[in-house]
Design a protein around this ligand. Structure first.
Ligand code: AMP
Length: 147
């Protein structure tokens, strides 16, 4: 019997993310599991204006960074053959939204990357660490090697 039925892969766009993507793909195939992907937009685009800074919250904005993130996310979804309704692009805080989505979608395994931080970064806590402590299900942290 397969252990996991629904895997949620949490994606950021760090350079080493491809390794995590391949691991998640294999895990989904081996378990014959449904695979969903999530990227949390946690950096709100803030265009500068002559009268200060406005926070652009609607996704009609032509913010170049936002469009790039959407494109990269879409490419990963296509690469993994993830249907559109299992691709989640969400505004908010990564650690909270990933766990809330896992609960909502009856996910039984969340996969995140781990950079094996030390020192101050360890003290402040990584996304992987936060997800691990608040997830409603199993969490697999895949060690990513920073070149
Ligand atoms: P971090 O500790 O923040 O460098 O991230 C570790 C892992 O958390 C990444 O490899 C992703 O799996 C996940 N992650 C980080 N940021 C996000 C995000 N904004 N949206 C979805 N997953 C994320």
């Amino acid at each position: 019997m397969n252990i996991y039925q629904h895997i949620l892969l949490a994606i950021d766009f760090s350079e080493d993310i491809q390794f995590l993507i391949e691991r998640a793909n294999k895990m989904a195939v081996q378990n014959d599991a449904k695979l969903s992907i999530v990227h949390v937009l946690d950096n709100i685009p803030m265009p500068d204006t002559s009268y200060g800074t406005i926070i652009a919250l609607d996704d009609e904005t032509d913010n170049v960074l936002l469009e790039q993130e959407k494109n990269k996310f879409s490419q990963i979804g296509t690469q993994l053959n993830v249907p559109e309704n299992q691709r989640w692009l969400i505004w908010g805080s990564a650690k909270e939204e990933i766990c809330a989505l896992a609960e909502q979608e009856n996910v039984d395994l969340i996969m995140v990357g781990s950079h094996g931080r030390h020192g101050l970064a360890l003290l402040f806590g990584s996304t992987a660490n936060n997800v691990l402590h608040h997830a409603p299900c199993d969490v697999l942290a895949v060690r990513l090697k920073n070149e």
